[in-house]
Design a protein around this ligand. Structure first.
Ligand code: B12
Length: 213
């Protein structure tokens, strides 16, 4: 379902004005008419990304991006906390952010997965790719979902995959985040098995990977 672009523009203005009440009212209005995944993908994320672009162009201070993203983050946190408990039976899966502190993508993906009935563990932020691979192997993960927003951390996924291979682990790595959205070849270059550009595509992607109904 398509949400009007003007709603996202209004959300952007509310975020820049630090008007939390207005921002929440706009989101609540959209949530009353659209599935939550559409609201986050079409209304909230584009607003934040436009704010990010204005910062890149030198029109905004990083502090403004930070304050706007804190407002989005609080909303997403509440949303994830309200997600229904999982119902599916599937092999162990965990999700992590590797070496950077852009957490919103992970929160949205986890929220979508939980709403779709997947029990995916949240491993927070991992600083060390080798230790991450060893933990995934020790815990017998089938899938390790890694989110990164910075180019450097995206490239370091190759170190996770390399260590998993050295260990002979059966864990497969799935990646996502801006570097993978912008460069479709990067997923394969770092040795991951799959990626998705939006949170709404992830439940189906996992179902295909684990062969779930
Ligand atoms: C908001 C933001 C911040 C916020 C982060 C708040 C937070 N708690 O997350 C703040 C202000 C703190 C911040 C800080 C910084 N940022 Co910043 N930030 C952004 C911005 C504007 C938006 C990112 C975002 O939240 N998007 C919305 C989310 C929902 O989108 P997403 O993460 O892509 O996730 C979606 C999909 O990718 C997918 N997905 C995500 N993960 C996964 C995982 C899997 C497995 C799958 C299948 C799918 C999937 O599903 C999600 C939902 O649909 C981007 C610009 C951009 N275009 O991305 C820059 C950007 C990521 N930041 C950047 C930089 C440089 C920084 C700083 C270094 C700035 C500085 N000089 O201090 C710091 C570093 C922080 C750190 N150490 O990590 C750069 C990275 C450049 C690069 N090429 O590496 C960017 C690209 C801006 C730029 N062009 O310069 N940032």
């Amino acid at each position: 379902m398509i949400i009007e672009a003007s709603a996202s523009t209004q959300a952007e203005a509310a975020l820049l004005d630090l008007d939390d009440a207005r921002f929440r009212a706009l989101v609540a209005e959209a949530l009353a008419a659209h599935p939550s995944v559409d609201v986050f993908e079409q209304l909230v994320s584009p607003a934040l990304e436009r704010i990010g672009r204005s910062w890149e162009q030198g029109d905004l201070a990083l502090a403004q991006v930070y304050m706007a993203s804190r407002m989005v983050e609080r909303l997403v946190e509440e949303h994830v906390a309200g997600a229904v408990p999982s119902r599916r039976a599937h092999p162990p899966i965990a999700m992590v952010v590797l070496e950077d502190h852009h957490l919103l993508g992970k929160r949205l993906v986890l929220s979508g997965l939980r709403l779709a009935g997947w029990a995916v563990e949240d491993w927070g932020v991992a600083e060390d790719p080798v230790a991450l691979a060893e933990r995934a192997h020790a815990q017998g993960l089938d899938l390790l979902l890694i989110s990164t927003l910075m180019d450097r951390s995206a490239r370091r996924v190759a170190l996770v995959v390399g260590r998993l291979q050295e260990l002979g682990a059966s864990t497969r790595v799935v990646v996502g985040g801006a570097p993978f959205r912008l460069n479709p070849d990067l997923c394969q270059e770092v040795g991951a098995v799959a990626t998705a550009t939006v949170a709404s595509a992830v439940p189906e992607l996992l179902a295909n990977l684990v062969g779930a109904p």
